[in-house]
Design a protein around this ligand. Structure first.
Ligand code: TRP
Length: 334
């Protein structure tokens, strides 16, 4: 709780390109959350270097992500959108929390096991303590709710465990965060395997529509989407490919599944795919135009980066000072 409102924290990595699934399923629905919550959206560049990065690429992508959030409608006056590395309290609290986290707990993290297997030549200590930095992110802002996908649930659980352990020793220091279960958007599946979620890390580029895909690319990917041989456009689980296309169409047009099924009655898959592609372009084009406009306005974005980091820094430092005092660090002389 910060001030009057409950607080919401979300961290996002600037590695990989956001997909239509990220947008329709999450980002787009966050625009109005600031009415109910004090919202913090952090570009977690410190987490990104647990995997080796090209510095220039990381810097560019971090800025692109921050710009995209604003282009998507998150008002930077009402939401705090900032870089993790600009607020040193993240790293400082992470150190303290490291001392309240057990090796055994971290050893159970499935994401660590997956990433360690994938990057066997660079199993660094940061990769191992990644969840502790994530706990620090969340707890610094006394977040009541954290919107995360299923893949991050284990990290949210360990965050709660660490917070409860700390509170058990020192009293009520941290808010215990819950997963955000508010209005969730459409769940968009892969265009190539509609039983799998559309993912930014899919190796098959045709499986995902990226937010920055140009119209031709969007149309091509939609045309190549996997369907079935039933030759009928119905909204049902037995036809996951067609169902996914209808979900995308509905999410982009605001129509209901019933309306869409009526509209495509008697039509072929080719027509459906064209219509889906066009509906996606109609959503992405204004977003891309807004990104392009903002990218040109360097001073405006720079100012947001500065002022939002200041605000994040203020809130985070307040929690950090409390924690430092609790664990016995000497008081600052002012
Ligand atoms: N680990 C998250 C991911 O890869 C990103 C993240 C970092 C995060 N810190 C966070 C998400 C805090 C929510 C809250 O998706």
């Amino acid at each position: 709780m910060i001030g009057e409102k409950k607080s919401l924290f979300s961290g996002m990595q600037a590695t990989g390109n956001l997909t239509l699934g990220n947008y329709l399923g999450a980002l787009r629905n966050w625009v109005t959350l600031n009415e109910e919550y004090e919202c913090f959206y952090c570009v977690v560049d410190e987490h990104s270097i647990t995997i080796r990065q090209d510095p220039a690429v990381l810097r560019k992508r971090a800025r692109a992500l921050l710009t995209l959030y604003i282009a998507a409608g998150l008002d930077p006056e009402k939401n705090c959108i900032y870089y993790q590395s600009h607020v040193s309290a993240h790293a400082e609290l992470a150190w303290i929390l490291n001392c309240f986290t057990y090796m055994g707990e971290l050893n159970r993290m499935t994401q660590f096991k997956d990433k360690a297997a994938k990057h066997a030549d660079n199993i660094n200590a940061g990769l191992f303590t990644y969840p502790v930095l994530m706990a620090a992110d969340i707890l610094l802002f006394q977040a009541d709710v954290v919107p995360v996908g299923i893949d991050q649930m284990q990290h949210l659980e360990i965050t709660r465990d660490i917070a409860q352990r700390f509170n058990g020793i020192y009293g009520d220091v941290f808010t215990i965060p819950e997963v955000y279960l508010g209005k969730v958007g459409a769940k968009i599946m892969s265009l190539q395997d509609p039983t799998k979620k559309m993912s930014k890390s899919d190796e098959n580029a045709n499986a995902s529509i990226y937010l920055m895909d140009d119209p031709d690319t969007v149309m091509r990917k939609c045309k190549r989407a996997v369907t079935d041989s039933e030759a009928q456009i119905l909204y049902r689980d037995e036809q996951p490919g067609v169902k996914n296309l209808l979900d995308i169409y509905c999410a982009c047009t605001g129509k209901t599944a019933d309306e869409a099924v009526k509209e495509f009655d008697g039509k072929g898959y080719g027509e459906l795919k064209m219509a889906v592609g066009e509906s996606v372009v109609a959503v992405l084009k204004p977003l891309q135009d807004e990104v392009a406009r903002l990218e040109k306005d360097k001073a405006y974005i720079d100012n947001i980066i500065k002022t939002n980091a200041e605000r994040a820094n203020y809130v985070a430092t307040k929690t950090l000072r409390k924690v430092q005092k609790k664990v016995g660090f000497p008081e600052r002389i002012r």
